[in-house]
Ligand binder design. Structure first.
Ligand code: SAM
Length: 237
C-alpha cells in the first residue's frame, strides 16, 4: 500500500521551492530520497534521479521511493556524484545538499564536463559555503539566490546558481565569497546570528593560535582578515 505523508524537513522543503515546475533533477547524496519523493508528490510532472555513493542510504532511498509509489518517476542509482548519469540522461537541475562545501566543490569539480547540462544548481552546504560558491562561479554559473533558514538550532545556507556560461569569479571579492553577496545586502536576523556565532568561534581559535608555541602566520593572518570582514558587516566598533 502507498504511504501518503512524507516526513520532510523545513530545509528540504525550502530547497524544493527553488526547483522549477515539472523539474527533472538529479539529487546527489539523496540519502532517504526524501527530497525527490516530496517534489514528485507535489508536482505531478516532476521526475528525478536520486544518486547515492553509499549502499545503506541507497537502499533506504529505494525503499522510500517504493513506499510512496514513485518508482516510475524517481530512478535511484548507486555512484559517486555525477558519475551516476548516463549519456542519455537529461536532468536540467541539480541539487547537492546536506554536506560540506568542500565535498560539494569536489563533486562539482569532478563532474565539470557534465555541468553545462544543468540550467540550475542548488547547493546547501552545512559548512564551508565559500568553497561551494567558488565551485559554482568557476563553472560558469551565476548566483541568483542566497537563503538562510534555521532548523533544530542550526542555520543553513541555500545557494541557487543559474548557468550563464560566463566566469564571474573575478567579480567576487574574497569577503563576498565568505559571507554571500545577497545575504550581506539583506542582513536577515539569521545572518546576524550566524556571523555573531562565527565571529566568536574564529576569535577563540585565533587567540589559541596566538598562544601556541609553533605559530602558523599565514593561517593567523587569514583569520584576522576574516574577523575584520565579519566585524565590518556586523558594525562592530
Ligand atoms: N541530501 C540529503 C539532505 O540534504 O538531507 C542527505 C544529506 S546526507 C547528510 C549526505 C549524503 O550524501 C549521505 O547519504 C552520503 O552517503 C552522500 N554522499 C556523500 N558523498 C557523496 C558523493 N560523492 N556522491 C553521492 N553521494 C554522496
Amino acid at each position: 500500500m502507498k504511504e501518503k505523508h512524507l516526513p520532510i524537513s523545513k530545509r528540504l522543503k525550502t530547497i524544493a521551492t527553488y526547483l522549477s515546475q515539472g523539474s527533472y533533477f538529479l539529487d546527489v547524496g539523496s540519502d532517504h530520497a526524501y527530497l525527490p519523493c516530496y517534489v514528485c508528490q507535489h508536482d505531478h510532472k516532476a521526475q528525478a534521479i536520486a544518486g547515492e555513493i553509499n549502499e545503506g542510504p541507497f537502499y533506504s532511498a529505494k525503499q522510500t521511493v517504493e513506499k510512496y509509489g514513485l518508482s516510475n518517476r524517481i530512478d535511484v542509482r548507486l555512484g559517486d556524484g555525477l558519475d551516476v548519469l548516463n549519456d542519455s540522461d537529461a536532468p536540467f537541475e541539480l541539487v547537492i545538499a546536506g554536506m560540506g562545501g568542500t565535498l560539494i566543490k569536489k563533486i562539482l569539480g569532478r563532474g565539470h564536463q557534465l555541468l553545462t547540462h544543468f540550467k540550475r544548481i542548488i547547493v546547501q552546504p552545512n559548512i564551508d559555503e565559500r568553497d561551494a560558491r567558488i565551485a559554482l562561479l568557476r563553472l560558469g554559473y551565476t548566483i541568483t539566490h542566497e537563503h538562510l533558514i534555521k532548523e533544530n538550532g542550526h542555520i543553513y545556507e541555500i545557494i541557487v546558481a543559474d548557468f550563464i556560461n560566463s566566469k564571474e569569479m573575478e567579480k567576487w571579492a574574497e569577503k563576498d565569497l565568505l559571507l554571500g553577496r545577497q545575504l550581506q545586502f539583506e542582513r536577515h536576523p539569521l545572518f546576524i546570528e550566524k556571523w555573531q556565532s562565527e565571529h566568536r568561534a574564529r576569535a577563540r581559535i585565533l587567540s589559541q593560535m596566538k598562544r601556541a608555541k609553533k605559530k602558523n602566520d599565514e593561517k593567523m593572518a587569514r583569520f584576522e582578515r576574516e574577523l575584520s570582514w565579519i566585524e565590518e558587516v556586523l558594525d562592530y566598533e
